[in-house]
Design a protein around this ligand. Structure first.
Ligand code: FES
Length: 109
């Protein structure tokens, strides 16, 4: 899955902006740092990934509404597919993967 070459850098702290504690988690199998208070969507953007998933037909999708309504930002979190990145807080040790194609819910045929 492609990513943008220039990262969406996090805003610098200071001038009233604070950042939570650093957390270690994995993104597509790579150890990355996120900060308490960030969503998975914010982490993906900070790591340069505009597309959080690809559709069954291969089209990229990413954050659209940013508030849990459109379901375009689906990712796999700790093995659970179809998790909305924009409304999921990062946690220490979390395993995040960008989703590729249609992933049926557990128990679905
Ligand atoms: S961006 Fe719309 S549900 Fe996450």
């Amino acid at each position: 899955m492609s990513s943008v070459s220039a990262h969406f850098a996090r805003l610098p702290v200071g001038h009233g902006l604070e950042r939570g504690a650093a957390l270690a988690l994995t993104l597509d199998g790579r150890t990355v740092t996120a900060y308490e208070g960030e969503t998975v969507a914010a982490l993906l953007l900070a790591e340069g990934h505009v597309a959080t998933r690809r559709t069954r037909g291969g089209s990229p999708r990413g954050v659209y509404c940013g508030m849990g309504v459109c379901f375009d930002c689906l990712v796999v979190v700790d093995g659970v597919p179809n998790t909305r990145a924009c409304v999921t807080w990062v946690l220490e040790g979390m395993d995040v993967a960008r989703q590729d194609g249609l992933v049926p819910a557990a128990g679905a045929q």
